[in-house]
Design a protein around this ligand. Sequence first.
Ligand SMILES: [Zn+2]
Length: 212
Amino acid sequence: MSSKIWLVLVVGLVAPSCGDQGPELPEAPATRAECIQRAVFPEPTSSPYCLPFAEGSAYALTQSYCSAPGRSHMNRFAWDFAGPMGTEIIAVRGGVVVELREHWPDTDTQGGHENMVAVQHDDESLSIYIHMMKDGVLVELGDTVPRGGLIGWMGSSGTGFSHLHFMICLRAGLCSSPTEITLPVSYRNAIGPLDSIGGLAEGEEYLAGACN
Ligand SMILES: [Zn+2]
């Protein structure tokens, strides 16, 4: 079931719109500089997003948004939080589970072999949680999850170490390279230092305050 849903997203990617009448697709930033141009972070207290882990816990941000050239977040708004295998992953915003995979072993480091969850919000954007633990997705397709709800456990599928790769995609079909469109995110309950433009800073640790 989950692989069928994934196929739908991929098909949406390669056949994006209906000729002249469809809305023009935005383009992914090609460079770090273009990524940084789009980096406008709302005031955290007005943000709909919490950190993706439980209140009172803290995790290091091992890679932040628009990272150095050659790194995987060079042209995207994505955040890597490192933690132990089995760390609880929390819904950053409420929505409906529209895609999930959890069959890949955590020992499988091949790119493309990531367990994941996608939750669609009421504005059609999606929160994407990647590298989940094998059989560590605790929600089902079609479930409605509240902000702050437990969705699964951190793993290392499709990568070399246990961490969560998290991002918000503009809408379904725009969550995969090279047309992936990701959005800058402020976290309303993040306790820790922000960078000069209000984003989370790579190498820092963030404590999750109350998610309300
Ligand atoms: Zn990442």
